[in-house]
Structures are given as C-alpha cells and as structure tokens.
Design a protein around this ligand. Structure first.
Ligand SMILES: Cc1cc2nc3c(=O)[nH]c(=O)nc-3n(C[C@H](O)[C@H](O)[C@H](O)COP(=O)(O)O)c2cc1C
Length: 260
C-alpha cells in the first residue's frame, strides 16, 4: 500500500518521547506533520484517511499510558488507517502500555501494524537511563522505521491480520500516581510557561507559583520548562532514595523491543 501522508501525534511532558519519535520519523521517506497533545489545551479531534500513517507516541507512567495521553488519543479517529505505536519508558518496564495503545487505536478505527518500546531517560529519576536515547537507540529506532515502511509497502490490503501480538494484561496495571510533587521557590518570575505546558492544567496562569497538587501527575513538565529553575522536586528525600534503589534494580540496559 502507498502512504500519502505521515502524522505523528505525541504526548511528551519533558521532551524525551518527542525526541524518540523524531528519531523514528527521521528514517521515514516522507516528512511527518507533528501534533503535540501534551499541553492541557491541546486536545484535537481529527479523522485520518486509509492512505495515511499515524504514529502514536507516549511515555509510560506506572506501566500504562498517562491518563491525559489516553484521553487525547481517543479523540483521533481512523478509517482503517495504519498506525505505529511507540511506548517510551525509563528502563524499568512498559508493562501494559503497548496493549493499551493497541486496544485504544483499534477501537478508534486504526490498524496498528507495528509497536515499539524504546527506552529514554527516566523523567522522574533522571540518573536512571541517563543520556538515553543515545546513538545505539537512534540506530535501532531508524532501522525499525525502515522495517515498518517496508511492511506497509508489502501489504496489499490492511486487515486485522496485519496487527501483531503485544505483551500486556487486561485489566491494565492500576497506577494512582506518585507521592512526589514539584515545589516552587522564590525564583519564580511569574512568566507562566509552566501553566501553559502543564498537561492537566494544575497551574493557574495568574498564579504560576502555585499548584493544585491533587490533580498534578508529577510529569516533570513544569520542572523542565521553568526558565528560572524555580520548580524542582525539592531537596534529597524519598524520591532521591527511590532513584537510588531504581539505579540498582534497573541498572541493566534494556534496548528497543519491536512487535511487527
Ligand atoms: C509519573 C511517572 C511515572 C513513570 N513510570 C514509568 C514506568 O512505569 N516504567 C518506566 O520504565 N518508566 C516510567 N517513567 C519514565 C518515563 O516513562 C520516561 O522517562 C519517558 O521517557 C518520559 O517521557 P517524556 O519526556 O516524553 O515525558 C515514569 C515517569 C513519570 C514522570
């Protein structure tokens, strides 16, 4: 089959999923349109045709998709549209995220022809998988993209037979979030960048030095984007200890897994 257009829809709180998706897209022969569904005001409804390819990319939170990512993906509809799903994770595991992406895309009229689980730095514990994606990741992601393109070229028609099996269990893992929430220091200059980028709208535009912690998903978007470094996870505490434990437990490098 011929693909006339490629669109990448991504959720990326700290930019790592976006970086991974860009590496994948860089090896496709067609330039992709990119739709960023991360900020809370970014929900987009759209329908894609049968000769388009949609690349869905999201990070893994607690073994599943971040809730706002799943909600915004569900607004996109396919018409027997081929799709690729990328679940980017921080070297612990992706658990049920690929299965969730498979069910979600199939329920919305897409035909997910390939799945990838690439590793990137752990956004909550950045010493875990530090520096990923690296050169080896880039090569693997690009080789995967070429493989996907070849598969699409070889397909005469698109049916559920083109959908590979992926690991995962249903009901999906239950994830109630993490107990760590960002703090704001006196360095806040009220520029509002954090409020604009927050995926769940927990930071008021007129009071960006506050956060509704009950709704915060600890995605680290505000910490990453703050130009005056006013937002942080605070002094070395429970999160720092958790990171130390993760560094030991998940020290073995995991590489891109693909299902095609
Ligand atoms: C709240 C939260 C939960 C996470 N849960 C997992 C997890 O279950 N497994 C894992 O390997 N990485 C986990 N990570 C790490 C992210 O999946 C990984 O760093 C991802 O690349 C972040 O992408 P982003 O920069 O696009 O937001 C988690 C990160 C956060 C912030």
């Amino acid at each position: 089959m011929n693909i006339s257009k490629v669109t990448c829809v991504f959720f990326s709180a700290t930019g790592l999923t976006q970086k991974v998706a860009d590496l994948f897209l860089s090896a496709l022969p067609v330039p992709a349109e990119k739709i960023n569904i991360t900020p809370h005001a970014s929900a987009t409804e759209r329908t894609f045709g049968p000769d388009e390819l949609v690349v869905f990319a999201a990070p893994v939170y607690g073994g599943i998709l971040p809730v706002p990512a799943a909600q915004r993906f569900a607004l996109l509809k396919g018409q027997n549209t081929p799709a690729v799903c990328l679940a980017v994770y921080g070297n612990r595991h992706y658990d049920d995220a690929l299965l969730e992406m498979k069910n979600l895309t199939q329920n919305s009229g897409f035909v997910p022809v390939a799945f990838g689980a690439p590793v990137a730095e752990h956004s909550l514990m950045p010493r875990v998988a530090a520096g990923r994606p690296d050169k080896k990741d880039a090569e693997q992601l690009q080789a995967f993209a070429r493989q996907v393109w070849e598969k699409l070229g070889d397909l005469k028609a698109l049916s559920s037979q083109a959908v590979p099996q992926v690991p995962g269990n249903y009901p999906y893992k239950k994830f109630d979030g993490v107990p760590f929430k960002p703090q704001v220091s006196q360095a806040c200059v009220h520029c509002g960048a954090c409020a604009l980028h927050c995926p769940v709208g927990t930071i008021p535009k007129n009071a960006p030095d506050t956060t509704d912690k009950s709704a915060c998903i600890a995605c680290m978007s505000c910490v990453k984007i703050c130009p005056s470094h006013a937002r942080s996870m605070g002094p070395k505490g429970a999160l720092w200890l958790a990171e130390k434990a993760f560094l030991v437990k998940f020290s073995k490098r995991r590489d891109l897994e693909v299902f095609i």
